[in-house]
Design a protein around this ligand. Structure first.
Ligand SMILES: [Fe+2]
Ligand SMILES: [Fe+2]
Length: 317
């Protein structure tokens, strides 16, 4: 288990598991080379150097997770380290290395359990139990990010995003059910809980949260579909119509084919899921733009993924 974290590192020798990244080979003033690199974990990052045994390190210095031995010292008022040794890391806990959701994980898990308890339809309840009571899936779901960069890109991000989507979908359904009929709350919530489940197979953790080869080649919509299909097929009396409605929600949750949906939403539940998903993703991006802006700024920096600036308001003149 990891005991030493970057934020607490003081002068002296240390050895523990860290992410090694941003490796750069640099020229020395007196000829020859040295390496500059960073180690990081969930608490932050620290700059370091390799001055000795360059030829030795040259062969194995690659971005990744390692057991790092180093010596920290002060340089111009900042703590930096000299790399002494890199070893293969064992018993890596990704929670120790990557930043986590700002929301408390246990509370979110509790919330998830309450949502599942409220499902009335026995087939859907069984389906959700197959997912969230499976220790491996559960663990992966709790730890997964919702994206590499775009939104909720941290440990617990998928859980946080999923709970948001359920809540948004539920409140939309509540208002809409006073004006329109034809909505099944159980189907809506089940589809919302499972819409991004395939993301537990989409990411890998090396020097950062990254999309795996299979994730990039097949995408999370594919994984969500086959995972849900596989579990449904294990439930002998699962109604065919219900199966199609749930799979359709996953297939269409990105709303449009140009956005990665296989089909456009064709049921009320699929339509609401799509908008709930879209709202949460955009609200997250607005929030991030606000948080990354300087205090008192009237406008955010240009947000490339949103293709717009965000107006932050400020005091009325
Ligand atoms: Fe998605
Ligand atoms: Fe989503």
């Amino acid at each position: 288990m990891k005991k030493i974290f970057v934020k607490e590192l003081e002068k002296g020798e240390f050895e523990d598991i860290f992410i090694v990244n941003r490796i750069k080979k640099k020229e020395r003033k007196d000829g020859g080379f040295f390496y500059e690199l960073y180690i990081s974990d969930k608490t932050g990052e620290m700059k370091g150097y390799v001055f000795d045994n360059i030829a030795e390190f040259e062969k194995k210095l690659k971005e990744g997770v390692y057991q790092v031995k180093g010596e920290a010292r002060e340089l111009y008022g900042e703590i930096v380290f000299t790399l002494k040794e890199l070893k293969k890391a064992r018993d890596v806990e990704i929670k120790d290395l990557f930043p986590s959701s700002p929301r408390e994980i246990d509370r979110m898990v509790n919330n998830l359990e309450n949502i599942i308890t409220d499902i009335q339809n026995p087939h859907l309840k069984k389906l959700l139990d197959y997912f969230f009571n499976d220790p491996e899936i559960r663990e992966n779901f709790i730890n997964a990010p919702a994206a590499k960069k775009m939104h909720h890109a941290y440990i617990g991000g998928l859980l946080e995003h999923t709970l948001n989507v359920v809540e948004i979908a539920e409140s939309l359904a509540e208002s809409l059910s006073r004006m329109y009929s034809g909505l099944s709350k159980d189907i809506l919530i089940t589809g919302a809980l499972l819409h991004d489940i395939g993301k537990i197979k989409t990411y890998e953790y090396r020097a950062g949260i990254d999309i795996s080869d299979k994730g990039r080649l097949l995408d999370h919509v594919y994984f969500s579909l086959i995972m849900v299909q596989e579990k449904i097929d294990k439930i002998s009396d699962f109604p065919e119509n219900l199966k199609l409605r749930i799979l359709h929600m996953i297939a269409s949750h990105h709303g449009e084919k140009s956005m990665g949906a296989l089909t456009e939403p064709m049921t009320e539940e699929a339509l609401l899921l799509h908008f709930a998903d879209y709202i949460d993703t955009l609200m997250f991006k607005f929030k991030r733009a606000r948080e990354n802006s300087k205090e008192g700024a009237r406008w955010s920096e240009y947000q490339r993924d949103l293709q717009r600036f965000i107006f932050l308001g400020g005091e009325e003149e």
